[in-house]
Design a protein around this ligand. Structure first.
Ligand code: ADP
Ligand code: MG
Length: 695
């Protein structure tokens, strides 16, 4: 196979545009893409027509505005290109108007009350910076989704706005360093995506997987991940076939799928793309998740993107690698080799330190969900406490700046910021700490708390905005300074002094860290219901409003939606659990008890003097467990009935965690104990060994 030849063949990318658009139209569109210039209607008209012709040649019959409502997945509404003619026939049409703007009733998408207050309908608006592509015979046009009042109803709009915000402030800083030639700063992202693959037949026979994406029951198998023999191990043929097919499909769609390997848990794998501009990376990650699932079906597999499909083995996350890059191709988090570059680096670097410290809550909220609650702080993923790992070398530099001393590197070289060059920062020493939620990895930051099923939009909207805010504060000060170098040195030193507490290079999984973090005054929102309400803290509303990323109404509606989704998720899980416990597990245990009882009776008949106390006690124990299973299932039903009385969303969410989820944990402990006793043939669903070791 010739990869360059298939790469992007289903994408209306730069090459296609150049070939198919008149030169002036192409140039005008490029201006829109590269500089955010407004698009002319005439240009859109020509682009739409060219897109349509190209799509039809590739067999497409429909087009759809492709968008990311707040459910976190993508949505599409397909219209065919056909347009009736006077003589009863059809022609294929796609107008500039249809390209730029789509009407969408879409009233079932969550809006957190936004649409009710403003307008019943929403519309989608073309994002020309992300290429259109063909999927399943439809031309997909990436769009933003807004209410008629302009309020964002999706995850992309705030992301695009945050990219503008960080661009604007970063350019101000770069100007101070004399970089007048730089016209645009773009945040870049490379998200590493973890996932599980299991057999489709097994998946289909488990209601919990089918309805909730995770196993609500299941005894840990005798072999889990303790041998670490799966991590980076040889990829099995069936999986390998899947991965090849997946890469192929992604390449055709212009996704830079790059690395693939086995992860720690059995049946767990990872795919990482080459990084790109944030909004495109977000679109590509959505496509990747969708294609992962679709390709799996072709191979008789199911791809699980849930954060914790199996208890007792690692869950799946997403590492969000983030940096800032200029239109001249410079990575602003590359420390550089000259004193001047280093000073600029340190300024941007300290902006991130300050941002992460001051907005720990927002970063935490951006990774909050019922699914991710199973991972964060469970010794497989970072804790719920945000801290930053920066590596030894940088920590020493920062310590020296903090103490007002010159930094003395191992080479005995003394460094003064802006005067001397920093020692080289070897990539590998900055990449060792895998337990850190937010690590500097040599030339980018890796935010490791995202859940595998997440859209990366929220975390990046937060990252871009909080860094924009700190850069703004820095620019406000430095633009006024008479002695730029002096002011810069002071600013970096002060920032480090004030925000050093966020830096932690130790083991984030250790219990002492929780205590230490508390002493430092760092936030620790252990669960989503604790974290989410802080999204609308006044300081956060002020932040988003001042950078025109989100309005108060948008933030409030998003808070509601997040809490609602948390509650709904646990509610569905609870109902599924009760159903399975009552209709599948309880009867199955009884079947086994019947057999066991018959054995006991028969033995008594055949040899009355035989000691069957073991069997009798097993019988009693299992009967007792089964009673409790029934009892706990009923108790969960009562708890669910109790939810109707609670009107405040945040309180309801806490009720679900404290009451409902706790009872679910109890029920699971009982069924797992029963599973350990009941004969395999009697157990009503495939067990963990079947699920994890059969592919
Ligand atoms: P690891 O598993 O060690 O974290 P990977 O190589 O799997 O590393 O993933 C690293 C990710 O970081 C890749 O997606 C890569 O493209 C991305 N990346 C590299 N440089 C940058 C950058 N400047 N900005 C954003 N992402 C980057
Ligand atoms: Mg990583």
């Amino acid at each position: 196979m010739n990869i360059p030849e298939i790469f992007g063949i289903d994408v209306f990318n730069d090459e296609v545009m150049r070939a198919r658009l008149p030169e002036d139209v192409y140039k005008s569109l490029k201006k829109t893409i590269n500089e955010g210039k407004h698009i002319d209607f005439e240009v859109a008209q020509v682009v739409a027509n060219a897109m349509k012709d190209w799509a039809i040649e590739k067999g497409a019959t429909h087009y759809t505005h492709w968008f990311q409502p707040m459910t976190g997945i993508t949505a599409e509404k397909h219209d065919s290109f056909i347009s009736p003619t006077v003589n009863g026939g059809v022609i294929m049409e796609f107008s500039g108007k249809e390209l730029i703007k789509g009407e969408s009733d879409a009233s079932s998408f969550p809006s957190g009350g936004l649409r009710a207050t403003f307008e019943a309908r929403g519309y989608t608006a073309w994002d020309p910076t992300s290429f259109a592509f063909i999927k399943d015979g439809s031309l997909c046009v990436p769009t933003a989704f807004c209410a008629y009042g302009g309020q964002a109803l999706d995850k992309k709009t705030p992301l695009l706005r945050s990219m503008e915000a960080v661009n604007k402030q970063a350019l101000r800083i770069l100007k101070l360093f004399g970089k007048e030639d730089i016209k645009r700063v773009t945040p870049t992202v490379g998200p590493e995506q973890e996932y599980f693959l299991i057999d489709k037949n097994l998946f289909d026979s488990r209601k919990d997987l089918l309805l909730t994406g995770r196993t609500l029951f299941g005894l840990k198998p005798s072999k889990g991940q303790e041998l670490d023999d799966h991590y980076y191990g040889a990829i099995r043929p069936r999986v390998s076939e899947y991965m090849k097919d997946l890469d192929n499909e992604l390449w055709k769609l212009g996704v830079y799928a790059k690395t693939k390997h086995n992860e720690v848990a059995p049946a767990q794998h990872e795919l990482a793309p080459i990084f790109t501009t944030t909004n495109i990376a977000a679109d590509h990650n959505q496509i990747t998740m969708e294609v992962m699932k679709k390709v799996a079906e072709r191979h008789g597999l199911v791809c699980l993107l849930h954060e914790k499909p199996f208890a007792g083995v690692n869950g799946s996350g997403k590492h969000n690698n983030w940096s800032l890059s200029t239109n001249t191709g410079v990575n602003l988090f590359e420390p550089g080799s000259t004193p001047y570059e280093n000073a600029q680096f340190m300024l941007f670097f300290s902006a991130v330190i300050k941002a992460v410290d001051e907005y720990q809550d927002l970063l935490r909220v951006s990774v909050a969900s019922a699914g991710n609650d199973h991972r964060l702080g469970a010794n497989e993923a970072p804790p719920a406490i945000i801290s930053m790992f920066i590596g030894d070398e940088l920590e020493e530099i920062i310590d020296a700046i903090d103490r007002g001393n010159a930094y003395r590197a191992k080479s005995k070289k003394v460094m003064k910021l802006g005067v001397d060059a920093m020692p080289d920062i070897p990539m590998d020493t900055t990449d060792r700490n895998r337990t850190s939620p937010f690590a500097f990895t040599g030339n980018k930051f890796e935010f490791r708390m995202l859940g595998s099923a997440f859209s990366i939009s929220d975390s990046n909207t937060v990252l871009n905005t909080i860094v924009a805010e700190e850069l703004k504060q820095f620019a406000d000060q430095l633009e006024k300074a008479d002695d730029f170098n002096g002011a810069l040195n002071k600013l970096v030193a002060k920032t480090i002094k004030d925000h050093k507490r966020i830096i932690f290079n130790g083991n984030n999984y250790a219990e002492d860290w929780v205590i230490e973090a508390e002493k430092r005054g760092l936030k620790n929102y252990k669960s989503s219901d604790e974290a989410i309400p802080h999204f609308k803290d006044e300081k956060n509303i002020a932040l988003f409003e001042s950078h025109a990323v989100m309005t108060r109404a948008e933030i409030e509606s998003r808070t509601e939606i997040m809490l609602e989704s948390y509650v709904k998720t646990i509610n569905i899980e609870a109902l599924t659990m009760v159903d399975m416990a009552k209709k599948e597990i309880y009867p199955a245990v009884n079947e086994y008890l019947l057999t066991l009882g018959n054995v006991i009776k028969t033995k008594r008949d055949v040899c009355p003097d035989f000691d069957n106390s073991q069997e009798v006690s097993l019988f009693k124990k299992l009967s007792d467990i089964n009673n409790k299973i029934l009892e706990t299932a009923k108790f969960i039903e009562i708890l669910l009935n109790g939810t109707a009385k609670i009107n405040i969303k945040a309180e309801l969410a806490t009720y679900y965690r404290k009451e409902v989820f706790n009872a679910m944990t109890k029920l699971r402990a009982l069924t797992d104990e029963a599973e350990g006793i009941v004969g395999k043939e009697y157990w009503p669903m495939p067990d963990y060994t079947d699920l994890l070791f059969s592919v």
